[in-house]
Design a protein around this ligand. Structure first.
Ligand SMILES: Nc1ncnc2c1ncn2[C@@H]1O[C@H](COP(=O)(O)OP(=O)(O)OP(=O)(O)O)[C@@H](O)[C@H]1O
Ligand SMILES: [Mg+2]
Length: 239
């Protein structure tokens, strides 16, 4: 589904923030991208989505991710950015969700029905007619997740999906991710969430892949996590 070949990226010349990254994510896999602040997770995600440019290093479903393939890539890959503010285009939550659907040629009635369905699914129907600039950070996050869900992409890339969520909404998003048949790539500092949702983990430090393997093994390795400025998931450290 997603292939990355020898990807190196620098914002400023001579200062690479990603160094020679290669990995493949298969159809239906759920992968957690973890690493300390500044490790390169969001940069990697933006490159996968074509929000930052790379050359012949990232492929989605065999299609190279670059400027002229972006419309096609957008249909395949849904995303929730670390800051959901950058993802909202319309005044209200419902209009925003329907906007993407209408853009892809869905009729108004069907788009309205789909909008209601995803808001219901996430238990946030009360947000429907609220103005995007008058809702809380966590509500924005839920609205942004509802909007990608509505598009039914073949893969979902989520940067810190549960940050800012209360325990109940966090739990809902975990259950949602577990129930999705789609490929998911998730970054988070919430390693309990990664443990609950992902079968595979890729650990980044200073722009390099330190480890790529089963979530159960990597997230139980206290020494490895601590060496890279992380801690065991709470659910494992209590035992
Ligand atoms: N627009 C930018 N211009 C220059 N450097 C940047 C830019 N965005 C990020 N960086 C640098 O790139 C590196 C990786 O940043 P990135 O946002 O990918 O980290 P991250 O792993 O997502 O961190 P966090 O856990 O804090 O979200 C950091 O050193 C950061 O300072
Ligand atoms: Mg980030």
């Amino acid at each position: 589904m997603i292939e990355i070949r020898n990807l190196t990226y620098e914002y400023e010349p001579g200062k690479p923030v990603l160094k020679n990254i290669s990995f493949t994510v298969e159809d239906g896999e759920r992968v957690g991208l973890i690493g300390a602040n500044g490790a390169g997770k969001s940069t990697l995600m933006k490159l996968m989505l074509g929000l930052l440019e790379s050359t012949d290093a990232v492929f989605a479903d065999g299609v190279p991710v670059k400027k002229d393939t972006l419309p096609e890539i957008r249909r395949k890959l849904g995303f929730v950015l670390q800051n959901s503010d950058h993802q909202m285009f319309m005044p209200t939550v419902a209009q925003d969700i329907a906007f993407g659907l209408l853009n892809y040629g869905m009729g108004q009635t069907e788009a309205d029905r789909k909008t209601d369905e995803v808001l219901n699914q996430l238990h946030v129907s009360y947000l429907k007619d609220k103005y995007n600039h008058r809702i809380s950070g966590g509500e924005k996050r839920m609205a942004a997740i509802a909007a990608v869900l509505a598009m039914e992409p073949s893969a979902l890339l989520m940067d810190e999906p549960t940050s800012a969520l209360d325990p109940e909404n966090r739990r809902r998003i975990i259950q949602l991710i577990c129930s999705l048949p789609q490929t998911c790539i998730i970054t988070s500092h919430d390693l309990d969430m990664i443990l609950d949702t992902c079968s595979r983990v890729i650990l980044l430090d200073q722009g390099g892949i330190i480890k790529d393997g089963p979530a159960e093994t990597i997230l139980r390795d206290r020494e490895l996590l601590e060496a890279h400025h992380m801690e065991l998931p709470l659910s494992l450290s209590r035992r």
